[in-house]
Design a protein around this ligand. Structure first.
Ligand code: ATP
Ligand code: MG
Length: 232
């Protein structure tokens, strides 16, 4: 599925957070939104998802204007979103958290839960544990698993490795890249860490105070140049 974002404007009350942001994610593409704290990465993800109302610009999925579509309609069309907070239902177990999403679909198959557990084997011994007692990395794996059960064509991840230990970061990256390779899953990632963007994405945009200040192909960007860009 192709995502086009054009001239997106959004605000939190009187504070404007996005000033005409544009980006494109080709079918099966991997794009990273880079930027430091507070530049508008989460606002952009929320606006694309329809969680934050927009004041201008448009969002298109496969050529269809979804700027006014409800978040759940965008999920049904194939946008899978893992918000920065990674909450889920804290008092439900891991198994129940997965089941809530699966059962919300008419065509959900139990075997899809097994596929999630194959992707994140660390969750297998935790199925009966309330989500609130998971570690940060386990919670993130559960959050990705829940998003995958919505059958996305594009997975949107907001700082998925924030506060997670490096070995688990590697597992999460590997799982996402495997899905991309196997199913052509598109990826839109918001990240502060340039190294991760270079490993995960083929294109990038740099946000600064709610505007795109640089964009290009990650292959043409050394980690050193990227750090410099982020220091603007
Ligand atoms: N609910 C809100 N009310 C008012 N201002 C907000 C709200 N949410 C975010 N902002 C402001 O909007 C701007 C962009 O915030 P946003 O959360 O999108 O940044 P971010 O790039 O995701 O930051 P981080 O890396 O810390 O997650 C910031 O100036 C922030 O203070
Ligand atoms: Mg954020």
């Amino acid at each position: 599925m192709k995502l086009v974002v054009e001239g997106l404007e959004a605000a939190h009350g009187r504070t404007q957070a996005l000033f005409g942001v544009s980006l494109e994610l080709e079918e099966g593409g991997r794009c990273c939104v880079l930027g430091r704290n507070g530049v508008g990465k989460t606002s952009l993800m929320n606006a694309i998802m329809g969680v934050l109302p927009t004041r201008g610009g448009r969002v298109e999925l496969d050529g269809r204007d979804v700027t006014r579509a409800q978040p759940w309609e965008r999920v049904r069309m194939g946008l899978g979103y893992i918000p920065q907070e990674r909450t889920g239902f804290g008092h439900l177990t891991v198994a129940e958290n997965l089941r809530v999403v699966l059962e919300s679909r008419k065509d959900g198959r139990r075997s899809e839960v097994d596929e999630v557990l194959d992707l994140f084997p660390a969750l297998k011994p935790l199925l009966k544990r309330p989500a609130v007692f998971l570690s940060g990395g386990q919670r993130q794996q559960l959050a990705i698993g829940r998003a995958l059960l919505t059958k996305p064509r594009i997975l949107m991840l907001d700082e998925p490795t924030e506060g997670i230990q490096p070995s688990v970061v590697a597992e999460i990256e590997e799982a996402i890249l495997a899905l991309h390779a196997r199913e052509g899953l598109g990826i839109l990632l918001a990240e502060q860490y340039v190294e991760m963007a270079l490993r995960m994405a083929d294109s990038y945009v740099v946000l600064e105070a709610g505007s795109v200040v640089a964009r290009g192909a990650t292959a043409e960007l050394s980690a050193h140049d990227a750090e410099r860009l982020l220091a603007i």
